[in-house]
Design a protein around this ligand. Structure first.
Ligand code: NDP
Length: 334
């Protein structure tokens, strides 16, 4: 049996301990398709799993990594053949079953999406769950009426947690689609970075994190993508234009929602929930097609750093503290 390298998490003395190990392919979980993983990525949830937070992993030893991109090695499914380029995000891979921080992965065929021709495996992982989520958020806003417009302020869209993974891709996508993007960040030193991705305006995240003084504020946003939650999301609801929507995708600032129903009742605003993990496959295929078409690849490159697997454990606490800028790709061959 072939051996492959993996980052394996062990539970020792109540702590999660990562180790790079060589594993036998026979230890891979059951599944129809075996993939030679080329790249993976570090998402916020990977940070939680590596740090043993949130009881996301129930059984150790465990191979984490909620995303991977690679090439099919063997397949029992008529849908995939050896050599096919594939992407996996979500489906709780890397949580309840072994994931992408390994040179080999095995999953059901229904979990995989064929990698679009316009994206390399590395670019697909620069996007990863974070970018896929940003695309789902854009698609949800569009389904609820967001479209580039010419009226005064009609193009103003807000992105919170803008310098993080979801935020950076949301800023790039929305500006490429023709919106005027306001980027809310707690890192004003990243102005040049965010402007390079297409942000037209920076908003101090503290301004959105303060309790709104009244249930309705000035109508500012034709749409919003929120990666922060908590008071920030509550404030965004008070600032949406009549019938506009906010796509809620994250909780980097808190999981509560201290809001009133007034913006729903008096402005007909919409709060759209975004889930990338169990998202149906047809929507996944649509989202990856859109990413290949709409995301400027030079901007994707500008927000991405690539690291070897051995460096990932040290980055996990940093992504949880909001210290990572943009996206981190993990090169399994490095
Ligand atoms: P990152 O850590 O890359 O980005 C999060 C950003 O949020 C930070 O960069 C920072 O942006 C901001 N932030 C961090 N802490 C705080 C705080 N205390 N208060 C206000 N803002 C804060 O994570 P991701 O972009 O990968 O993920 C963002 C969120 O989205 C996470 O909560 C994650 O769990 C969630 N998520 C949800 C998915 C879904 O399917 N719904 C899928 C993927 C992610 P800045 O420095 O610009 O202020």
């Amino acid at each position: 049996m072939a051996e492959f390298c993996a980052l394996v998490l062990h539970e020792e003395g109540g702590k999660v301990v990562p180790r790079l190990e060589s594993l036998d392919e026979a230890r891979l979980p059951p599944g129809e398709v075996t993939v030679a993983v080329e790249y993976s990525t570090l998402n916020y949830k990977d940070g939680m799993i590596l740090e043993g937070q949130g009881r996301l992993v129930r059984a150790y030893p465990h191979v984490p990594g909620v995303d991977f991109a690679g090439t099919v090695l063997a397949s029992d499914s008529p849908e995939f053949r050896p050599g096919d380029p594939v992407i996996l995000t979500g489906w709780r891979v890397g949580e309840v079953q072994w994931g992408g921080y390994a040179e080999r992965a095995r999953v059901p065929a229904s979990f995989l999406v064929r990698r679009p021709a316009g994206l390399t495996a590395r670019q697909a992982m620069a996007i990863g769950t974070a970018g896929f989520t940003a695309m789902l958020a854009v698609m949800a806003l569009e389904k609820h009426g967001l479209a580039p417009d010419t009226g005064p302020g009609a193009n103003d869209v807000l992105v919170t947690g803008a310098a993080g993974g979801v935020g950076s891709i949301a800023v790039s996508l929305l500006s490429a689609l023709g919106y005027r993007v306001a980027a809310s960040t707690g890192r004003p030193e990243l102005r040049a970075y965010l402007e390079g991705l297409g942000a037209a305006e920076l908003i101090d995240r503290a301004a959105l994190a303060a309790k709104p003084g009244r249930p309705l504020d000035r109508e500012r946003w034709a749409g919003a993508i929120d990666a922060v939650g908590g008071m920030t999301l509550a404030t965004v609801l008070t600032q949406l234009k009549y019938r506009a929507s906010v796509a809620a995708c994250g909780l980097a600032g808190g999981s509560d929602l201290p809001a009133t129903v007034i913006p729903f009742l008096l402005r007909g605003v919409n709060l759209l929930g975004i889930d990338s993990v169990m998202c149906p496959r047809d929507e996944r295929i649509e989202a990856w097609g859109r990413l290949a078409r709409d995301l400027p690849l030079a901007r994707l490159e500008a927000m991405t750093q690539t690291v070897p697997l051995a460096e990932v454990p040290a980055l996990a606490p940093r992504i949880l503290k909001g210290e990572v800028r943009g996206r981190i790709v993990i090169d399994l061959a490095a």
